[in-house]
Design a protein around this ligand. Structure first.
Ligand SMILES: [Fe+2]
Ligand SMILES: [Fe+2]
Length: 204
């Protein structure tokens, strides 16, 4: 049984959030005209369902219940976004998907840190893979809209775009499992996760 309420909350929100994302991508894929875009977004939807299954497996392992409230919220949010993709044009679904994915990267890094703070490392590889996948999703959506004239305007209001990202991971510079806990410094748990390492260093 997990005793960290922050981690429990994060697991429940991630599990339901993946459903909202998957639903949203159904509408997004349905609303774009390009066959390549349809295919890419459908694959992203599949990735999100896979993430949901991975998170559920962790929750079951530690007896963390699915939150009915989060599930209901996610159902509604996902379906509303999905339907809205057909009426808000091409740019906005790409923009908000990229913006959301940008934040999701750190959620899995943060989850890994919280597990590590409890001396649980068996989920490291899965959590790393999921954060990497979210980063790839962000890059896909960003690359699709990076030359749009709308981007600077949206970036000013929604804080994501050419000069703003919600994580500090740069795939070109490399992103490795061993370094995961050093990323996303804006998230408060970094210090805790590093504590056992610091202690070990002091002992030496
Ligand atoms: Fe995901
Ligand atoms: Fe994603």
């Amino acid at each position: 049984m997990l005793k960290d309420p922050v981690l429990i909350d994060l697991l429940q929100k991630a599990y339901s959030g993946e459903k909202a994302a998957a639903f949203a991508y159904q509408g997004h894929a349905g609303s774009v005209k390009s066959a390549d875009e349809k295919l890419a977004i459908r694959q992203i939807e599949i990735d999100e369902w896979n993430h949901r299954a991975e998170v559920l497996a962790m929750m079951q392992q530690y007896g963390v219940p699915v939150s009915k409230l989060q599930e209901a919220k996610s159902y509604l949010i996902g379906k509303v976004i999905s339907a809205s993709c057909y009426v808000i044009g091409w740019f906005m679904p790409f923009y908000f998907a990229g913006n959301l994915e940008s934040g999701n990267v750190c959620e899995y890094v943060r989850m890994k840190r919280l597990f590590n703070a409890l001396d649980i490392t068996e989920h490291d590889a899965v959590l790393y893979e999921m954060s990497l996948k979210e980063k790839e999703h962000e890059v896909y959506f960003y690359e699709s809209i990076k030359n749009s004239k709308m981007l600077p305007f949206f970036e000013r209001f929604f804080k994501w775009g050419n000069n703003n990202k919600k994580n500090d991971i740069d795939l070109d510079a490399g992103f490795y499992l061993e370094d995961t806990n050093r990323y996303c410094p804006g998230y408060g748990e970094k210090k805790q996760a590093h504590a056992p390492v610091d202690k070990a260093v002091q002992q030496v």
